[in-house]
Design a protein around this ligand. Structure first.
Ligand code: CDP
Length: 234
């Protein structure tokens, strides 16, 4: 790419596009366990870029601001340049994953209202849980900003949960990352099956990255990502 690379994570490369925009190029890599497990899954980058673009457009259509501007090519998103906050914000509708190991809750327990959690992006420390005091101490966000972020998480859930439900899919949980632009907090990063847990309502069948985490073969993972994109976009 003829643009200056600004950074690279486990699944995306970031390039400077112009003074106020970046390009996010989605790679075919799939990782789990804070990068401990890693594979190449041809076509996955395009699928996650398309899924993220579709869901960002859906949120924008409901008045929720995101960094999404458009697509540069099929695997590369044009996004507003944000000052990213190294925090992962998770909303949980149904208990699964780390919360079941951490707290006395049972797999499948329903959270109403949903539970929102903050984690520091720090693979070496396995993304530790943060509270408001930690975030103020590390100058990540003020308490007021954290409360605004929680409101945005709930709004996003109020859009995504019924949308997926109408496709016969249940949104167990999802993770978003936020960045600052002119004093505002805006949704950045991606929304894809790498960052959400989605199960088929009728059968309970897993369609998300848990397939990979649990050791399914790569073709099964690819088929699930493809099926999900087809179901949401048709
Ligand atoms: O994935 P794990 O069980 O370690 O963590 P979790 O806290 O149960 O994950 C909650 C949600 O956040 C799931 O939808 C994960 O896919 C997502 N997540 C993520 O996108 N990136 C991470 N580093 C950790 C979780």
């Amino acid at each position: 790419m003829e643009f200056t690379k600004l950074g690279e994570g486990k699944t995306k490369e970031v390039y400077n596009y112009d003074s106020s925009h970046v390009l996010l190029k989605f790679k075919d890599s799939i990782t789990a366990g804070d990068g401990a497990k890693k594979d190449e899954l041809p076509g996955k980058g395009v699928l996650n870029a398309q899924t993220s673009a579709f869901l960002f457009r859906l949120l924008e259509s409901k008045g929720i601001e995101t960094h999404y501007v458009g697509m540069y090519d099929e695997r590369t998103m044009i996004a507003k340049k944000l000052k990213m906050i190294p925090v992962e914000v998770v909303l949980r509708n149904i208990a699964t994953g780390s919360i079941v190991k951490r707290l006395p809750v049972k797999e499948g327990e329903v959270f109403d209202p949903p539970i929102i959690e903050f984690f520091l992006k720090d693979d070496a420390r396995h993304d530790p849980l943060l509270n408001y005091c930690h975030m103020e101490y590390f100058k990540l966000m003020t308490r007021k900003e954290a409360e605004t972020v929680e409101e945005v998480m709930l709004k996003v859930n109020q859009v995504l949960y019924p949308f997926f439900k109408s496709k016969g899919l249940i949104l167990y949980d999802f993770k978003l990352e936020f960045g600052r632009l002119d004093g505002k907090l805006i949704i950045g990063d991606e929304i894809s099956l790498d960052s959400m847990r989605i199960r088929e309502e009728k059968t309970g069948r897993i369609l998300d990255k848990d397939l990979y985490r649990k050791g399914a073969d790569l073709q099964t993972v690819k088929n699930a990502y493809e099926e999900f994109f087809r179901r949401i976009s048709e």
